[in-house]
Design a protein around this ligand. Structure first.
Ligand SMILES: Nc1nc2c(c(=O)[nH]1)N[C@H]1C(S)=C(S)[C@@H](COP(=O)(O)O)O[C@H]1N2
Ligand SMILES: [Mo]
Length: 153
């Protein structure tokens, strides 16, 4: 009987914790994944895209929704953690967890669905990564489908 109570307590406690993120973590980027994440707009200039206002959600905020450590937790082994973003055509780009974190940088990398208030055209959307400050557009990945967070091996 005692064991049953302990087991129940454990289950209740586990449910109350913020969703832990065992790595590797895989997120399919769709409306459900982005649901509830704060929408924001940023101005960004790309080598081909020129300057525009983009609207969407911060990649880092999505990681936070899925329980990926942030702030001063990003230290030690987590300094080797990478975030790989994939697209429908198989193109993939990598970031380090540290370079996305607001404790390291003020730059917001956006999973955008709008430019200038208009939904992105099909060849770019429904979601495109906007990486302000990257002089080249190689990481402005179009037609984003997945985000993976991979720990040190
Ligand atoms: N899905 C996907 N996104 C991508 C690429 C790609 O090959 N596939 N190329 C990147 C590179 S190298 C550049 S320069 C820009 C070009 O974006 P544009 O075709 O909208 O000008 O997209 C980036 N995003
Ligand atoms: Mo490019």
């Amino acid at each position: 009987m005692h064991n049953v109570v302990l087991a129940l307590l454990f289950i209740v406690q586990a449910a109350a914790l913020p969703s832990a993120s065992p790595l590797p973590l895989h997120i399919t980027i769709d409306a459900a994944a982005l649901q509830g994440v704060r929408v924001q707009s940023i101005d960004a200039t790309g080598e081909h895209s020129g300057s525009a206002r983009y609207t969407g959600v911060s990649l880092r905020d999505v990681l936070t929704k899925f329980g990926v450590p942030t702030g001063h937790e990003v230290s030690g082994k987590l300094m080797q953690t990478i975030v790989v973003v994939s697209a429908a055509d198989g193109y993939r780009v990598a970031f380090s967890l540290a370079e996305l974190d607001p404790s390291f940088t003020d730059r917001t990398i956006l999973i955008a669905d709008r430019r200038g208030g208009q939904l992105l055209p099909a060849r770019e959307g429904p979601y495109r990564l906007i990486v302000p400050g990257d002089k080249r557009e190689g990481r402005w990945i179009r037609q984003v489908t997945d985000v993976e967070v991979k720990g040190a091996t």
